[in-house]
Every structure is written in structure tokens, then in C-alpha cells.
Ligand binder design. Sequence first.
Ligand SMILES: CC(=O)SCCNC(=O)CCNC(=O)[C@H](O)C(C)(C)COP(=O)(O)OP(=O)(O)OC[C@H]1O[C@@H](n2cnc3c(N)ncnc32)[C@H](O)[C@@H]1OP(=O)(O)O
Ligand SMILES: O=C([O-])CC(=O)C(=O)O
Length: 459
Amino acid sequence: MQVNSRSAVQMFYRSVYNNTHGLLKKRMRELVPVKQALLRDVRKRYGAKEVCKVTVDQAIGGMRNVFGLFYDASLLDAKTGITMRDYNIPELQEYLQKAENGHEPLPEALFWLLCTGDFPSEQEFADVQQEWKQRGQLDSETQKFILSLPKAAHPMTMLSQTLLFLQKDSQFQQVYDQGKVSKPQYWEYFYEDAMDLLAKIPRVAALIYRHKYKNGEIISADDNLDWAGNYAHMLGYNKFEVRECLRGYLSIHADHEGGNVSAHTTHLVGSALADPYLSYSAGVNGLAGPLHGLANQEVLKWLLEMREELGENISNEKIQDYVLTTIREGKVIPGYGHAVLRYTDPRFIHQKDFAARHIKDDPLVDLVRQCYHVIPPVLKTIGKIQNPWPNVDAHSGVLLYHYGMREFQYYTVVFAVSRALGCMANLIWSRAFGLPIERPGSITMRWIEEKFGENQNIK
Ligand SMILES: CC(=O)SCCNC(=O)CCNC(=O)[C@H](O)C(C)(C)COP(=O)(O)OP(=O)(O)OC[C@H]1O[C@@H](n2cnc3c(N)ncnc32)[C@H](O)[C@@H]1OP(=O)(O)O
Ligand SMILES: O=C([O-])CC(=O)C(=O)O
């Protein structure tokens, strides 16, 4: 073999690897032409049907209930919550592979499901797990990059920056730059990048944690562990229960249909043929907003502040007053409300049940449970809030806090490791379906006046 650059060596090993492993890629190669034909047929039969009308209110109001995206891996129902490939959270928990003696679903299995629509066999599951172990090593340049990031930076900023740093390894970017790829092959290179990104992201995320909070004392991966268990280990948390917590956490946060900020951003940026690293870095930036994924750190902050002000054993009345004061101050109650959901988020229930099974006598966990009973009736009295019920962020942080991760600025990074699963599955399929660049129209105030106003010539 003649090789004259490191990336050529990487390409060589990848091609060898792909011939000997890669059951998921093999399955995708079977599925892609079938699903492409299905989508062509759907377009032929229903392409001209109207999905929904759009009002001026919706255009100004963040496009609620505007169904203008095609995203095949998951669907959100306002009442019953998320289904991934048609399976709800309890079903995913029941049917996906689990660790020995574990009850929580394993994200490797979920990724197979998100990509293919089928539950993996034991062999298929093991193959994805093995592939991520092999692809997951961080080279010394990447480690050095992370360890050189300013510690004052928010961990989500560090994650986004590291994804951009890793973009140098994008196979899609390389072959596109060299003019060596045509449209039908795009998905294959997106797939390679997506698999590399998923393999590496827990290691990147763990190193960010160790750098920012633990003096850069790195914990090497333990390749006997599964993807989520290994993440817990590299973070420095080794109890079986913590591994279980992360297995469930990383599975239930993976996908929430296409319109949420992180998935939509990733999809949008990818539609310009920006590779998976660029696209997901953008998605991570959206997830870092306090109305989206960052709400989980905000919940912990809010609960701890409430406890500091009101002490332990807070009465329901005091919580009610605290909620109203927060709202009077012009702030939101983090972890409550949702743009689509109109009942309690099933992901919240999943975590509440996990806590009931595993955690006894933790006053903060009890406080989360108490808030679940006290806050919704108060929010209902506000009137304008469409959904007074808790979303996933109302519970997730307190689990990590219970297990000793007190650095709540980090919590959204855990969310981001999970959300990569859904975003990557969607990016691969978007390229496989040959979806075009996303470019909705926008309107101005004058446009609205001229179209609907009485004075058509208004300036
Ligand atoms: C993983 C996730 O991303 S889940 C969401 C995580 N985010 C949070 O938990 C933050 C708190 N919640 C919120 O800010 C909102 O409920 C959102 C951002 C999730 C949804 O926003 P919207 O779809 O605009 O909600 P909705 O239509 O109910 O908003 C109507 C009004 O109620 C307010 N409202 C909604 N939820 C809350 C809340 N939890 N606390 C106080 N006010 C709220 C809105 O700010 C809005 O006020 P405005 O008209 O003065 O601007
Ligand atoms: O669906 C949304 O808008 C927000 C959310 O819960 C998620 O992305 O998980």
C-alpha cells in the first residue's frame, strides 16, 4: 500500500473495515433504494395534497403547527408524546437491547432502529457497538485541542468547537472538495461521518468534563463497556446505577421529530450539504439555548435557589408563591411548558419512574416530584401558557445531581450526546432521499398589509 498522508491511511483502514464489518451500512444499502422508491411513490400519489394552511399568526409566532418539514424517524403527538419509528418510550424501553441485569434501553440499538425502522438482532446490535468502539479513538491532536480550551467557556461551547475541530476528518468534505462524489453517493459519506461522530462524541464530551471540572485528569475508555456505560465511566461515574441512568437518558433524548431547534438546525445546515460535523455543531448551538436543551441546567439552578431561599421541607403554598414570583419577574419556569406537547412529557415520566425505582430519600428528587403536583395548577391560572405540564428537562438534571454530578452547566452536553443519534440518522436519510436545500419563504409587515389590508397601496 502506498500512502502519503494520514487521511489516506484512515481511508484505507476504513475501506478494509467496511468490507469486514458494518452490518448497519449493509442494511442501509439494501434499504435506501427501497425507501427512495417508496418516497417517489408517495410524492406521485400525494404530492399535490395540502398538508396545512398557514396564517399570519403562525408565520409571526414561530410556525406552530405548520407542517413544512419531512423527517421520517420520529413523530411527536401533542397528547401522547414522542414515537421513534412508531414506538413510544415504554415500548422502546421494553424492546430495545439492554445491558446484563439492566432495564434501560441501549442507544446503539436505538440508532439501528432510527436508521432502519427495525429492532436489531443481537448480532446487528453487537456490530454497531463494536464499530463505535473501533471508530471512537480520539487522536492526540483532538485531545490537545480540548485540553487547550479556555476553562471559562461553557461546556456546550466547548462541544460545539470540538465538533468543528473534528470537521477536518470529514470524509464527505474531503471527497466533495476533490470533486470525487456524485449525488447518489452523498449518503454513504454522510453515513461514514455520522458513525465517526457518534463513536467519538461520548469521548469528546467526557474529556470536556474532565478538562473543565477535574483538572484534565483523563479516564481512558473501557472497551468492555457499552457506549453509554463507557461514557459514564469516562466521566468518572462507575456505579452500575449511573450507567443505567445514562443508558436511559441517552436513549430517551435521542429524537423529538424534526421541528425542535436542535434537530431542525442540524437538518437545515445539512441541507446546504454542510457535512455532519458542521451541521451538528450548529444543532448543538441551538440546543444550548435556555428555552431548549439548556433548560435542564436552568431547572437545577431554579430548584437550588428556591431551596436556598425557602429552606428544606417547602410547603406547597410556598412553591406556588415562588412560581408566581418567578413569573412576575418576567422569567419562565424552566422544565415546564412545551411548544407542541399538551400533557406531561412521557420522557419526564420515564425519569420519574427511574427515580422511584432507584433513588430513596433524596430531598431534591422529592422536590421535583412535589413540583410536578404543585406547579401545573399554578401555571394553568396564568392563562396564556399553552402547556402547564413538565417536559423532560424538569427531571433529567436532578438524576445527574443525585449521582454526584453537581456541575449543572454540563447537563446539556449529556443531552447533546443523545440528540446526536437522532440528528445523525436524519442527516443520513436526508442525503439518501436526495432532499434539496431548505429554503422557506419569509414575509414582511408591508407584504402582510398589502396582501390583506384594506389600503392595498400602504407604504
Ligand atoms: C427539550 C426541550 O427543549 S423541552 C423545553 C425546554 N424549555 C423550558 O422548559 C423553558 C420553559 N418553557 C418555555 O419557555 C416554553 O414553554 C417553551 C419555550 C418550551 C415553549 O414556548 P411556546 O410554544 O411559546 O409556549 P406557549 O405558547 O405556551 O407560550 C405562551 C406564553 O406563555 C409563556 N410560557 C410558556 N411556558 C412558560 C413557563 N414554563 N413559564 C412561564 N411562562 C411560560 C411564554 O413565555 C409565552 O409568554 P408571552 O406570550 O408573554 O411571550
Ligand atoms: O420538541 C421540542 O420542541 C423540544 C423538545 O422537547 C426536544 O427537542 O426534545
